[in-house]
Design a protein around this ligand. Structure first.
Ligand SMILES: CC(C)(COP(=O)(O)OP(=O)(O)OC[C@H]1O[C@@H](n2cnc3c(N)ncnc32)[C@H](O)[C@@H]1OP(=O)(O)O)[C@@H](O)C(=O)NCCC(=O)NCCS
Length: 324
């Protein structure tokens, strides 16, 4: 992990060799790009020259050395696609996890807005977890997955397509100025206690003892939490039970009172429907109050087919969790 100071600037022709070096590391060592042969500085020079003001290339520098790059590229040469661009970003392995990737991607989004683009697309190959996480935390939503369209390092690979609409109000970490949040997939003991407190505010989960909450979290197939970046306080949560292939049931979707109306519920559901580990699952189930239906319908959830309904039975000796 690197925490070195870095700067971001527009790429210049003199950066071609360094851009090639960063990219070649990813070509040879990862499946993040489906290029398989290293690029020369001359090739990158030509590539740089093919970019324009609406589709710029940026580099990140640490102590004068180029350690990362990012660009907007035309999505297609066909004119009707003019308002759409694709984003790419790469950071040298030894400089990852220091915030450079996030800063590069934020710069791309900023430039795309400035250039009046309408939407951004990101193609993220299976296994590029950091990229998937960053895209989603900056407001990109997964719109689909292309199955096994790539073959690299002896394996067929899926590609997730993510999209950010630039003229809608994005729900991003940077949009929550002064109080940024980040996604977590494991809760600390303190966060489990905070979840227990959140649960007490809803009739469908009120009265659950802390131990019950801890056990529910431990035994869930997936946990999706959003915490305030500075304090680590849990402010949004849901959990999923699934076999990872056939069906997944979403439970306990909850957002802290003071965070409601700020798009966090939307991020929670996007995190579930876009979750890489759920992409093979054929149906997502959830149970909600009737007035929440329009919210879930945005992601294609619909009423149970007429021949099916949820059923409930009081069970065991302890106070029961009511299905949400
Ligand atoms: C994607 C990439 C550019 C990110 O660069 P970076 O400098 O490491 O990014 P940052 O340090 O800003 O952020 C990394 C984020 O990913 C998260 N992350 C890292 N590894 C992760 C993993 N395995 N699963 C989920 N999230 C992960 C980090 O927690 C951090 O998130 P946070 O800011 O919310 O804490 C870099 O990993 C890379 O070059 N990967 C290979 C190329 C690639 O995948 N490019 C995208 C294809 S276009």
């Amino acid at each position: 992990m690197s925490t070195a100071e870095f700067t971001i600037r527009r790429a210049e022709v003199r950066d071609a060799a360094a851009i090639a070096e960063v990219y070649n590391e990813a070509i040879l060592k990862s499946t993040a790009t489906f290029d398989t042969e290293p690029k020369t500085a001359e090739d990158r020079l030509e590539w740089l020259r093919a970019h324009d003001d609406r589709h710029p290339v940026f580099v990140a520098e640490v102590a004068g050395e180029v350690v990362g790059w990012a660009c907007l590229s035309k999505w297609s040469d066909r004119p009707a696609y003019d308002g759409t661009a694709e984003t790419s970003f790469y950071v040298a392995e030894r400089h990852r996890s220091g915030g450079i990737g996030r800063a590069l991607k934020e710069r791309l989004i900023e430039e795309a807005r400035r250039a009046g683009l309408h939407t951004l697309v990101a193609r993220v190959a299976e296994g590029s977890e950091a990229s998937l996480h960053l895209n989603r935390s900056l407001g990109f939503a997964r719109v689909g997955t292309m199955r096994e369209v790539g073959f690299k390092h002896g394996k067929h690979l899926d590609v997730h397509i993510l999209q950010l609409m630039l003229d809608s109000e994005p729900v991003t970490d940077s949009a929550c100025v002064g109080n940024p949040i980040r996604q977590v997939d494991v809760l600390t003991p303190a966060q489990v206690e905070q979840l227990h407190v959140l649960y007490q505010s809803e009739w469908w989960t009120k009265g659950r003892p802390l131990d019950d909450v801890r056990i529910a979290v431990e035994n869930s197939s997936l946990v999706i939490g959003f915490v305030e970046s500075e304090t680590g306080r849990l402010v949004g949560f849901c959990r999923v039970l699934t076999d990872f292939v056939f069906r997944a049931t979403i439970f306990d979707v909850i957002v802290a009172e003071e965070w409601r109306g700020r798009g966090l519920g939307r991020r929670l559901i996007e995190a579930v429907v876009g979750h890489p580990r759920l992409q093979r699952v054929r149906t997502l189930w959830l149970c909600c109050e009737p007035d929440k239906m329009p919210f879930y319908e945005k992601w294609g959830f619909g009423k149970f087919p007429d021949e099916l309904l949820w059923m409930e039975r009081a069970h065991g000796n302890c106070e029961q969790e009511t299905p949400q």
